[in-house]
Design a protein around this ligand. Sequence first.
Ligand SMILES: Cc1cc2nc3c(=O)[nH]c(=O)nc-3n(C[C@H](O)[C@H](O)[C@H](O)COP(=O)(O)OP(=O)(O)OC[C@H]3O[C@@H](n4cnc5c(N)ncnc54)[C@H](O)[C@@H]3O)c2cc1C
Length: 453
Amino acid sequence: MNQAKNKPKVVIIGGGFGGLQAAKELGNEPVEVTLIDRKNHHTFQPLLYQVATAVLSPGEIASPIRRILHRYKNIEVILGEVVGFDLEKQTVKLEECVSGLCEVGYDYLIVAAGARHSYFGHDEWEADAPGLKTIEDAVEIRRRVLLAFENAEREAYLTGAQKPLNFVVIGGGPTGVELAGAIAGIAREALKKDFKAIDTTKARVMLYEGSDRVLGTFAKELSEKAKQQLEDLGVEVYLDSFVTEVEENRIKVGENWIECSVALWATGVAASNLGKALGVETDRAGRVLVNPDLTIPIYKNVFVIGDMVSLKMENGSPVPGVAPAAMQMAETACANITHDLHNQPRENFRYTDKGSMATIGRNKAIAEIGTWKFSGYIAWLMWLFVHIISLIGFRNRLWVLTEWMWAYFTRERSARLITGDAHEMREMPRLPAADQIVDIPKIDSKKVLETAK
Ligand SMILES: Cc1cc2nc3c(=O)[nH]c(=O)nc-3n(C[C@H](O)[C@H](O)[C@H](O)COP(=O)(O)OP(=O)(O)OC[C@H]3O[C@@H](n4cnc5c(N)ncnc54)[C@H](O)[C@@H]3O)c2cc1C
C-alpha cells in the first residue's frame, strides 16, 4: 500500500463530471486524493454550445479545478497528461517527467477521462467539421461561425453580390440540435442589424441526421415537436441522411455534394484511449466493460466511471453518457472504496434516471421526466433552471443568468469577439486530426480562457 501519511492513496484521472464528483465524495474521508487532469479547468459541457454561438464567454462555464477543490485538505490537483498504467505496480504514467519521475503510485485508481467524438474511421474530417467537446473547440467553432458572416459581408461589400451562406450541422442529437437552433438564432436575430451588405436572415442552417428522427433518445412525439421547433426557427432538418464525405467547405450526403461555409460535427462517441491502455475488454467505441461494482476484471482497486464505461441497466438498455450518470458512478466507486476501508461489502452501480431535456432555441425545448413530457416554453424554463443550478460556483451562476437575461431581452450576443488580425483570420487554421489532438495536450488553458473572453 502506498502509505502517504498512513492513509490509502486514491488517484483520480479526470476533473470532469465524474472525476470531480469522486474527489468531492472523498474530500472528507480518511484517504489521500490526487486528481490529475490535462486541463486546469472543469468544463460545464452542457453549455459549451453557448460559447460556440457567442452567448457566453469561456470563463462563465469553466472553473479552475484547483479552485473548486481548494477547501479539501486531503486533495492535491496535478496538471498533467496520463499516458498509461502499470496495474501490477499500481502506478499511473504521466507524459512529462519531473527530474526523471513520471509515475504516480496509488492504492485505488478511478479513471474518469471521458470521451470525444468519433469520426467513424475518418479522423481527417475533423479539420473541416470540428466537434464540440472542449473550451478550445467552442472558441474555434465560434470563430468559424462569426468569420463566415464577416467574410460574406466583405465579399458582398466588394462585389455587390451576396453569396450563399450555408451552415451545416451533422448529427441530430442534443448538441447538433442546440448548435443548429442557436446558429439560426444568430442569423435571424442577433446579427441582423449589424451587417449592412448582407442579409444575415438569408443564411441557411441545415441539420443532417442519419436516423429517422432528431433527439432519438426522447419519446417519438417529443422528437417530432423538437423537429417542428427547429423548423420554426428556420433550420432545414434532413432525416435519414448519412454524411459520407467531408471536405473543406462541402459535405457529401448520399450522392449529393452540399456547399457550406461552416460544417460542424455532432455525432459519434469515442471513449478516451486510456480505456484501451488498461488492457481490458472494450466495446466498439472504446468504452470499458466494467464489473457491476465499476471495477475492471482482476484489479478490484481500479474503477472506471463516466463516459468511458459501457454498462447495461437492469432493463437491458445502456447507461447513457450523461453528466448525472458519471456523477452517480463516482458516488458508487467512492462508496465502494469507503466500504473497503470499513470492511463492509461492496455495492453494485444502479443508475437513477432523473429525466432528460434538450433546448432548441429561445422559448423552445423538450423535457421528459418519467412519463411526464413537456415541450415549448415550460420545457425551456425547466432547462434554464436545471442548468443554472447545476453550474459550479455562485459567480458563474450569476454571470450566466445575467448574460441570459441580456440575450433574452436584447436578442444580442455579447461574446462576439474574434481574436487575431484580418489577415490572420482570412485563412481558417485547420484543426489537427483527432488522434493528433490526443498527443498535443500542452495547451495553455489559462491563456485560452483569458484571451478568448
Ligand atoms: C457538447 C456537449 C453537451 C453535453 N450536454 C449534456 C447535457 O445537456 N446533459 C448531460 O447530462 N450531459 C451532457 N453532455 C455529456 C456530459 O458532458 C458527459 O456525459 C460527462 O461530461 C461525462 O463525464 P466524465 O467525467 O466521464 O468525462 P468528462 O466530463 O468529459 O471529463 C473528462 C476529464 O478527463 C480529462 N482527461 C481526459 N484524458 C486525460 C488524460 N489522458 N490525462 C489527464 N486528464 C485527462 C479531461 O480533460 C476532462 O477534464 C454533453 C457533452 C457534450 C460534449
